[in-house]
Design a protein around this ligand. Structure first.
Ligand SMILES: [Zn+2]
Length: 63
């Protein structure tokens, strides 16, 4: 299995709420479990050599 999570760059629109992790391997996280409507991805942490955010754990809407 080589399913790759889609990645998003700072400034792109956030499609789904959840926990995003950068792609540098140091587990910098951005948790957006609140309403993300019309939000955009933040810049990566200053000490992060990565370049994109990847969906790590989607928030589960109440069902
Ligand atoms: Zn990072």
């Amino acid at each position: 299995m080589s399913e790759k999570a889609p990645t998003f760059h700072p400034g792109e629109t956030v499609p789904l709420s959840g926990i995003y992790e950068c792609d540098c391997g140091q587990s910098h996280r951005w948790d957006t479990s609140t309403n993300v409507k019309n939000h955009t991805f933040p810049p990566l942490p200053e000490d992060c050599p990565g370049g994109a955010w990847a969906m790590k754990d989607p928030a589960h809407p109440a069902d």
